[in-house]
Design a protein around this ligand. Structure first.
Ligand code: ADQ
Length: 453
């Protein structure tokens, strides 16, 4: 069996939980356990003279970490990837910063990663590239003669054509994507928008596309979690979970868990909680909102501004509604171990997942997985998260509608047990089928079938 070669911006065990490394490692766990594999990406190191790649092993996977120079890190990672592609793909045109030099650094960083990869590749490897940092990688590899199957999965949304066209180099990126054998998306609407931006490709049967002198496939693969393992985790005794439960007492807990990112809709969510307390004085003192939001991408200025905004909003709510024995909002800027998070979700009556846009949102699925079947909580979910396609049992909200989120919070808190149970059961069944293992295996089988004959 040939190796699976995974390429992503971050390698697993990189430390920061905010990056895709953690979630992606869970998503790929089953696929990596089945076959010998190699995982290559940025090591997280930034140095003037990058040393040779660092190597370690984790079970059957060899992990290779490549360092970046300060100039590449600034232009590629903080610049083109996170100050341009991330806001653009999340429909935040006002936050987009385009600089030609950043695009040049983006290409250069991809060439640098391609060079490291070329030293590792074997003819029978299957290559799977992840996310918006690495769109040009296949084109660079093909130019260097790599003929292996190469698949690509976009973890974030693919924007509507008129938004995408604002990117001066959008044609280059589309053409680069045509060099993969399979381009995978989280939802059908992401896939359709990608096909739309192609203009009038010479379509073949099904999801096959012929363009730029290449034939490639597109597909939809909603990422999942290891539902059984997460549910088991949540049911295990957790000292921090117990402390939280003791502390909350009879109050109902609403929980939000997000990287501190402007795509996650945190200001509107906090405002909706304030609106809810204003409109429902009878709930004051009886509900507790815990928002966990570890700092992410602190090197990008828009993230620092968001942090200041939320610090102010949280302080205002607590200033206005707190009592001597009750703090309405607990706002915590750090990460927690998965077991602790699972126990927190399980204790919560309401899960608040209200992104303005999100490729999938795994927190929504983790919240559902963690619920006690005999007394499940209610998920409030943005219609603009990819997860909304699958999780029809959630209370769906428009994240721009602060009053609507406040209404949903009230409805969730007052929802009778039978309705909570039937909604939860529908969602739990979906995530028990569409697991992480199902996601990776369906992508890899589609990639194996996608090779032009
Ligand atoms: P993210 O934007 O990072 O991922 P998400 O899907 O919610 O968003 O995944 C976050 C992961 O980090 C979850 O597993 C969550 O438990 C964990 N996490 C969040 N806060 C944490 C904390 N305080 N402590 C510990 N762990 C925490 C990107 C896309 C998403 C897409 C995923 C996977 O933006 O849309 O779902 O990739 O494809």
């Amino acid at each position: 069996m040939g190796r699976l070669v995974v390429v992503s911006n971050r390698i697993p065990g990189h430390g920061t939980r905010g990056g895709n490394g953690g979630g992606l490692a869970v998503g790929l766990n089953a696929a990596l356990a089945k076959r010998p594999s190699l995982w290559l990406g940025w090591s997280g190191d930034v140095t003037d003279t990058p040393p040779p790649p660092e190597r370690r092993h984790s079970r059957r996977t060899e992990i290779v970490g490549v360092a970046l120079t300060p100039a590449l890190h600034a232009g590629f990672y903080a610049g083109f990837a996170n100050s341009l592609l991330w806001p653009l793909f999340h429909y935040r045109l006002g936050l987009v910063e385009y600089r030609r030099a950043d695009y040049a650094a983006y290409i250069e960083a991809n060439e640098w990663i391609a060079s490291a990869l070329m030293n590792e590749l074997r003819p029978d490897d299957t290559i799977w590239v992840h996310d918006y940092h690495l769109i040009p990688l296949a084109k660079i590899l093909r130019a260097r003669g790599v003929a292996n199957p190469i698949g690509y999965f976009l973890h974030i949304p693919f924007p509507a054509t008129e938004v995408f066209r604002c990117l001066p180099v959008y044609r280059d990126l589309v053409e680069a994507l045509a060099h993969y054998d399979l381009v995978g998306f989280q939802t059908e609407s992401d896939r359709v928008q990608f096909v739309d931006v192609l203009g009038a490709p010479e379509k073949r049967a099904g999801d096959t596309i012929e363009m730029f002198g290449r034939v490639f496939q597109t597909g939809v693969f909603p990422i999942g979690i290891d539902t059984q393992a997460f549910a088991a985790y949540a049911a295990k005794p957790s000292p921090d979970g117990q402390r939280l439960a003791d502390n909350i007492g009879d109050r109902k807990l609403a929980i939000g868990v997000d990287r501190l990112d402007y795509s996650k809709g945190l200001p509107n969510r906090v405002a909706a909680y304030g609106e809810f307390l204003e409109r429902h004085p009878d709930w004051r003192g009886k509900v507790q909102y815990l928002q966990i939001a570890p700092i992410s991408r602190g090197e990008v200025s828009n993230y620092r501004a968001l942090r200041r905004e939320l610090d102010g909003a949280a302080g205002r709510i607590n200033g206005k509604y707190a009592d001597f024995d009750w703090t309405p909002l607990r706002y915590v800027n750090r990460g927690f171990p998965r077991g602790t998070l699972a126990a927190f979700y399980r204790r919560a009556r309401v899960g608040l997942v209200t992104p303005l846009r999100d490729g999938m949102n795994l927190v929504a699925k983790e919240f559902v997985a963690a619920q006690p079947p005999d007394d499940p909580g209610v998920l409030i979910l943005s219609e603009f998260a990819g997860a909304a396609v699958e999780l029809s049992g959630a209370l769906t909200i428009n994240p721009y509608d602060v009053d609507g989120i406040a209404d949903a919070l009230h409805r969730a808190l007052e929802m009778p047990l039978d309705e909570r149970t039937s909604r939860w059961r529908a969602d739990f069944d979906v995530i028990s089928t569409n697991t992480a293992a199902f996601w990776s295996e369906s992508f890899l089988s589609a990639l194996a079938a996608a090779r032009p004959t």
